[in-house]
Every structure is written in structure tokens, then in C-alpha cells.
Design a protein around this ligand. Structure first.
Ligand code: 13P
Ligand code: SF4
Length: 352
């Protein structure tokens, strides 16, 4: 056991010695060894989202990546158990795609403000208001919302999914900022209608009442990315004039426009790997900055860590170990919802 821990510690230290203090690495190497033993015993696969804290990210996952990547891995696995080190909508997506597997989420309350922002009843009401208009739903939603949708998307394929529909008008839910960023990228005009009378109907983003809209959005927001401002970017640029700033498309269009690049978590990682700048700043969950810094020791990553995702941060190595040990927290999706949600997610995966 001790030599297994030593081996794990050495491999974690090789990647993380500049990021995580030694004392923490030694402690977490012990937990990682316990997890890996349980993983073999349970015939499990561990999927780790790019936002996982560095010691977890660089030790126990069989696969790491963005939400699109990990949903593909979940669909393909032949293991008995999928442990999703991410948030509930991601684990639900794994269950939707691979229903015969036991899917475990290490922290029962790891949610997402976007997934909380919309219900299946809201989607049904929107479809009644705009009959025949196809519904594109961001994967950051719960299964019953996906079930009411024609197709899902992630931040890495949102514009491609909208384009694939060849539709004049598309309902795009529920992220206001992602929708606005997609509208800008695809040259579409967006509106945010009200489905809850007596609130006065908003007919146009600019309030002019024109009905030339092509994207129908919803006012959901990521509680993390909505906090980044153009002021933050200006302040960092004043201090580091040659910094390259990357923003997730869940940030406001003002922020993504002021940044040098905008893309999914994987796209941001690739951008840093493939470019050469004196400093980088990621406007996204702070842990990803640590993970990118660990993988690119020659690059200087600035961190803006006053904004954190409380949901992603609930996933700890201790809880991941206990998930495998005590078979918790099991993700279930009622079959009548799952089959309908599966259609929407699989349509997305085919687009890539
Ligand atoms: P990605 O699909 O880019 O990994 O993003 C998921 C997410 O929750 C971002 O906040
Ligand atoms: Fe949801 Fe935002 Fe957290 Fe991503 S960062 S899981 S979108 S709350």
C-alpha cells in the first residue's frame, strides 16, 4: 500500500509541485490510491470535468474534458459504474446515454444555476407560444427539459447545432448570454419573450416591438460567468498589457467581445496549448486555471479566483471515494423522460 501511495504521490508531484503544496499532495495521494482500488473492485470509470480541483483532476479520472467530451465517453463506456466528477446535469446526461450503468454523483447537491433556471413546463409554454419552432437546449439542463427539446448543444457546438437545423427561427434555452453570443456569431436577432402574464411582453431585445427575431432566448444565467465584467478585463490589461484573455461563452457578450478568445473549456485549453503569450487569463472556474498551469509549466497563467462555482467545488476526492464505497448518489431518470431526452442528446452528439 505504502509503495502504491509513494508511486501515486510521485506522479502527482511531477505535474502539480508548483500548484499544490506537498503536504496536500501526500494526503490526496493516499485517497487516490483508495479510489483506484475501489474503481477496479466496482469495475467503474471516473469522468472528470475540466473544473475539478487539480489534485483530483490529475490523479483519478480515466477521462477528463468538457461536457461534450465526457458525454461521449459516458455513452461509450462498457464499465458497470460511471462516477461523474462534475455536476448533476452531467451525470444525468451520462444516465440518459447509457441507462444500464449505475451512474454516481459524489455530491448530491452539486447542481447548476442554469439547470435551475428553467422547467419542462416553461419549455412546453414556449412551444405553445411559438408552434413549430425547433427547440435547442443547452446540456446544462435537467432531463425533463431535454425531453421537451428537439436537440441539445454544449458551448463547443452551439452555433453548429443552430445552423444544422436550417430553420428561420430557433428557440435557444436557457442561457441568456450563450444565446446572445450565438446570435452574434450566427448574425441572428434575438428576443426574450415572457410566458408569464401579466408581465408585459418583451417583443425585442431593444424594445422596438419588431418581429424579425430569429433566436428566442431565456433569461437563465451561469452564476459564475455572469460575474465577470469588462471592468475586470480592463483592470487586468492595465496591470499586464500583454495578457491574452480567454472567456467562456457563458460570459456576457460584452465580456466575450472584450476578451481575445471565447470557447468551451476544451477550446480554451487548446488555445493556451497552441499559442505563445507572456500571460494568460481564463475567465471561467478558477480550478481550470490551475489545471492548465499544471499541464503547461512554461506558460504564465494569471488566476481570477474571486469567482468560484460552488457546485463543481462540492466534488471532493473524499466524496468520490465514498461514492464508490457506499454506492452513492445514484442518478435515476424516469424511462419515459430518458428516451425523449436521449433523442435530443444523441442528435447533438452526431453533429459533434
Ligand atoms: P463546457 O461544456 O465548456 O465544459 O462547460 C460546462 C460548464 O458548466 C461551464 O460552466
Ligand atoms: Fe453551472 Fe456555471 Fe457552475 Fe458551469 S460554472 S456548473 S454553468 S453554475
Amino acid at each position: 500500500m505504502t509503495s502504491a501511495i509513494d508511486k501515486m504521490y510521485t506522479s502527482m508531484q511531477a505535474k502539480l509541485s508548483r500548484i499544490v503544496p506537498d503536504v496536500e499532495l501526500r494526503y490526496k495521494a493516499g485517497i487516490a490510491v483508495e479510489i483506484n482500488k475501489l474503481k477496479v473492485k466496482r469495475n467503474a470509470v471516473i469522468l472528470g470535468h475540466n473544473y475539478m480541483e487539480p489534485a483530483l483532476f490529475h490523479s483519478i479520472p480515466d477521462f477528463t474534458g468538457d461536457s461534450l467530451d465526457l458525454s461521449r465517453k459516458a455513452a461509450e463506456t462498457d464499465k458497470d459504474v460511471i462516477v461523474f466528477c462534475g455536476v448533476r446535469f452531467m451525470a444525468e446526461t451520462a444516465k440518459i446515454l447509457n441507462p444500464s450503468k449505475t451512474v454516481l454523483l459524489p455530491a448530491a447537491k452539486a447542481g447548476c444555476s442554469l439547470a435551475e433556471s428553467i422547467t419542462a413546463a416553461d419549455v412546453i409554454a414556449l412551444k405553445a407560444k411559438f408552434p413549430g419552432v425547433p427547440v435547442v437546449t443547452y446540456v446544462n439542463t435537467y432531463a425533463d427539459v431535454k425531453a421537451e427539446s428537439d436537440i441539445c448543444c454544449t458551448s463547443s457546438n452551439a452555433a453548429a447545432v443552430v445552423a444544422s437545423l436550417h430553420a428561420e427561427t430557433v428557440i435557444f434555452l436557457p442561457d441568456e448570454y450563450l444565446a446572445k453570443n450565438v446570435a452574434r456569431e450566427t448574425g441572428k436577432h434575438i428576443i426574450f419573450p415572457s410566458i408569464h402574464p401579466p408581465v408585459k411582453e418583451a417583443q425585442g431585445e431593444d424594445g422596438n416591438g419588431e418581429l424579425d427575431y430569429q433566436l428566442i432566448g431565456w433569461r437563465g444565467r451561469c452564476e459564475v460567468h455572469e460575474k465577470f465584467t469588462v471592468g475586470d478585463i480592463e483592470t487586468v490589461r492595465a496591470q499586464f498589457p500583454d495578457v491574452v484573455i480567454l472567456a467562456h461563452p457563458e460570459c456576457s457578450p460584452e465580456v466575450t467581445t472584450a476578451a481575445d478568445f471565447s470557447g468551451s473549456t476544451n477550446a480554451m485549453i487548446r488555445y493556451v496549448q497552441q499559442s505563445k503569450a507572456p500571460h494568460y487569463l481564463l475567465l471561467t472556474e478558477c480550478a481550470m486555471g490551475d489545471n492548465v498551469a499544471a499541464a503547461n509549466p512554461e506558460k504564465d497563467m494569471l488566476r481570477l479566483c474571486m469567482v468560484r462555482c460552488p457546485h463543481m467545488n462540492m466534488i471532493t476526492m473524499e466524496d468520490t471515494r465514498d461514492a464508490l464505497k457506499f454506492n452513492r448518489y445514484i442518478i435515476e431518470v424516469p424511462e419515459h423522460i430518458r428516451v425523449r431526452a436521449q433523442r435530443a442528446v444523441e442528435r447533438m452528439i452526431q453533429i459533434g
